[in-house]
Ligand binder design. Structure first.
Ligand SMILES: CCCCC/C=C/C(=O)SCCNC(=O)CCNC(=O)[C@H](O)C(C)(C)COP(=O)(O)OP(=O)(O)OC[C@H]1O[C@@H](n2cnc3c(N)ncnc32)[C@H](O)[C@@H]1OP(=O)(O)O
Length: 393
């Protein structure tokens, strides 16, 4: 692992929580509001963090880090790291934001926060009915079935529906369930103003114990499984593209049967900008759909297409004015969903089956190339740039 990639991996491996995780495990006391947490309560909370069943996410980890530093060292008085040292700068910013908060108050806030995190990561009590159990991340994906249509909705509008690792798993499960349910048609769409901004680039910062190499291996395996589900999906699969689409949400469109888009949508595959390479079988489907030179402009140079351009090039089936998009599209899908389901499945099989073997081979090759790309300096630099808020598409 060379240069920045190595430094990046090591810094994230050391983690946002750093030293707090080194303290031996002890129980956690819940304190009354009038009492301030003792040093022992604080040490217990520090140990409790290690036992959390769910990763609380970077935002909470930063808060924990800042409170820990404030509680143990007092207000931030170390020099601000340079602009390019974005991880240490983010940590410094979080600590510095606590201003002159006293060590005792920081200790108390740390204990309270850990107490809340521990409570929410505990399994439901034995009395709680199984149906009431909230699955982790489940609200980032909403699956409904109505009028013969199963709709899989990406539901992280504040993050432009960027796909977390959990969402890839949830989409795989949703497609597997939809392939066996009663519905005639399956739809993928997004909540809010975006269809999907592609892979959540912070996925790359959750480094497992095996470091960058292991992260790349498991991401490539997940990518392969994810795309295979689209290749093998047996029923009509429709994308209702409600806004701009980026990255993998664009490339897999070649595996859908029909793609409806609002005229506000755009289609962007900035792989070279990200030091990455095409996935979703787009290295095969795009040249087939739009010809090799138009495909190259998208996949090599990251040319962003308008909805009308994507339609002219065959990637999109039809474009609708944004004002009537939802009404027109759903009316049409409801009518289609009343067609005989077996006839639609069989017709899809005839259209798609002879390509399946090829598509699986393409998917395997693209995933394996990406596994290498994700370990490259080009890719790590691009992600570091996005995370430091210097780069946007
Ligand atoms: C199994 C692994 C398979 C991997 C293969 C997949 C590859 C890809 O999909 S490559 C494409 C990756 N996507 C991107 O590079 C997009 C990055 N995002 C952006 O450039 C911009 O956010 C934007 C153009 C999509 C939208 O810009 P704007 O309208 O200005 O909105 P914001 O940037 O303020 O976004 C709001 C909020 O959402 C966060 N966010 C958006 N996209 C992503 C993303 N892909 N990953 C992580 N986070 C994303 C953004 O950071 C903002 O967050 P806050 O600052 O916390 O509000």
């Amino acid at each position: 692992m060379a240069g920045l990639a190595g430094r990046f991996a090591r810094r994230w491996c050391s983690g946002l929580l750093g030293s707090p995780l080194q303290v031996p495990a002890l129980g956690l006391h819940v304190l009354g509001p009038a009492m301030l947490a003792s040093q022992k309560d604080f040490n217990n909370a520090v140990s409790q963090v290690k036992l959390l069943k769910e990763d609380p996410g970077n935002e909470v980890k930063l808060k924990l880090y800042a409170l820990y530093k404030q509680a143990t060292e007092g207000p931030c008085n170390v020099p601000k790291p340079g602009m390019l040292d974005f991880i240490n700068k983010t940590k410094w910013d979080a600590w510095n934001a606590l201003g002159s908060l006293s060590k005792e108050a920081a200790r108390q806030n740390y204990v309270d926060l850990v107490s809340r995190l521990s409570a929410s990561s505990e399994s439901p009590s034995p009395e709680a009915p199984a149906a009431d159990r909230k699955q982790p991340e489940s609200d980032s994906l909403v699956v409904t079935s109505e009028d013969g249509i199963t709709t899989i909705r990406l539901n992280r509008p504040a993050k432009k529906n960027a796909l977390t690792t959990q969402m890839y798993h949830d989409i795989i499960a949703a497609l597997q369930a939809a392939s066996k349910d009663e519905s005639a048609i399956t739809v993928l769409t997004g909540s809010g103003d975006y269809y999907c901004s592609g892979n959540d680039l912070t996925n790359f910062t959750h480094l497992p114990a095996g470091g960058l190499e292991e992260m790349a291996r498991s991401a490539a395996a997940l990518l392969r499984d994810f795309v295979n589900c689209f290749i093998d999906f047996p029923k009509p699969l429709v994308a209702v593209v409600n806004g701009p689409a980026v990255g993998i949400s664009v490339t897999i469109l070649g595996l859908f049967d029909v793609v409806y888009a609002t005229d506000r949508a755009s289609f962007h595959t900035p792989f070279s900008h990200l030091g990455q390479s095409p996935e979703g079988c787009s290295s095969y489907t795009f040249p087939k759909i739009m010809g090799s030179s138009k495909a190259a402009e998208m996949l090599l140079f990251g040319k962003k297409l308008t909805a009308q351009e994507a339609c002219a090039q065959g990637l999109v089936t039809e474009v609708f004015p944004d004002g009537t998009f939802q009404k027109e599209v759903w009316a049409r899908l409801k009518a289609y969903s009343k067609l005989p389901p077996n006839a639609m499945r069989i017709s899809k099989q005839i259209i798609r089956n002879r390509e399946k073997e090829k598509l699986h081979a393409v998917n395997a090759e693209e995933s394996s190339v990406l596994r290498e790309r994700w370990q490259s300096d080009e890719c790590m630099n691009a992600i570091a740039s996005f995370l430091s808020r210097k780069a946007k598409l």
